[in-house]
Design a protein around this ligand. Sequence first.
Ligand SMILES: Nc1ncnc2c1ncn2[C@@H]1O[C@H](COP(=O)(O)OP(=O)(O)O)[C@@H](O)[C@H]1O
Ligand SMILES: N[C@@H](CCOP(=O)(O)O)C(=O)O
Length: 301
Amino acid sequence: MIKVFVPATSANMGAGFDCLGMALSLYNTVIVDPREEGLILDFPESDLPLVEEGENNLVYRTMKETYKIVGRPMPGLYLRQINGIPITRGLGSSAACIVAGIIAANALMGQPLKKRDIIELATRMDGHPDNVLPALIGGVTVAAMENERVYYVKQMSVDFVRFAVMIPDFPLPTSMARGILPEEISRKDAVYNISRASLMMASLITGKVENLWAASDDRLHQPYRKKFIPHFDDIVAKAKELGAKGMFLSGAGPTMIAILDKDYQRFQYEMDYYTSTFEDKWEVHILEVCRDGAWWEEVEA
Ligand SMILES: Nc1ncnc2c1ncn2[C@@H]1O[C@H](COP(=O)(O)OP(=O)(O)O)[C@@H](O)[C@H]1O
Ligand SMILES: N[C@@H](CCOP(=O)(O)O)C(=O)O
């Protein structure tokens, strides 16, 4: 029996659309056990209807595809999911399924795929590297793609900050939040984003906390997506008042993330209280960067 653990991820980190991402200390667990035939899928009923049943399940589909790519027949399977990552909230739940599926299939086959194969396969399946890469290797990552090749750098430690992760109780499917983005942008906006994405990564590496608020801003996706999130501007203003050093939409949203360098508990308490006056229910968690990314172990049945 193989047990796989995969962290949540926050993609974009403001201006780094489809290229910056980080792994966070919140996890999905997937347990797989080969059988003679068939599929037994076991996940909490409360995850319906966001999780597909039967062979349409994303972890299962990914495993099947991985077996096909390696050129081996897929066995029957017992597949159990413990979903710690909220689904369709902008915390990389679909990327976590893809990563779990590839790692589980690869482990069952005796690891024919190496690290680079896994990164490129996961990127191809998810369509962009900013969630799957940090989910696989941990830390804060920057990636660029050329054809199918993924060039990347990982910054392991950003110990001087924590992340206040504010998760609302309504979903926002990534496909819908991508569908409303403009196809083209002006040179001025391109410069705005290139400079800020670079500033974000460089400031996290060097600990320049005073740059993070400016580095978090963006003109590629957040201005369009924020209309799906009631109180977006109120939450940004409140976070600033409470001392946040930066703030961005997590992935495609609707989760929002504030960067903090102190007073984490006070921020959590005050933001919890503030959002409790809204019609939607929000949860505030203080998380840190998961340094190592996904891992797996063999366990007794
Ligand atoms: N734990 C899970 N188990 C099975 N499928 C999942 C799970 N999490 C996400 N998915 C699939 O991914 C879709 C959500 O993907 P997406 O809209 O990109 O949200 P997120 O921002 O959470 O990745 C779900 O509708 C479902 O098809
Ligand atoms: N770069 C993507 C990231 C989507 O992340 P998710 O966690 O919302 O799936 C985008 O912004 O569309």
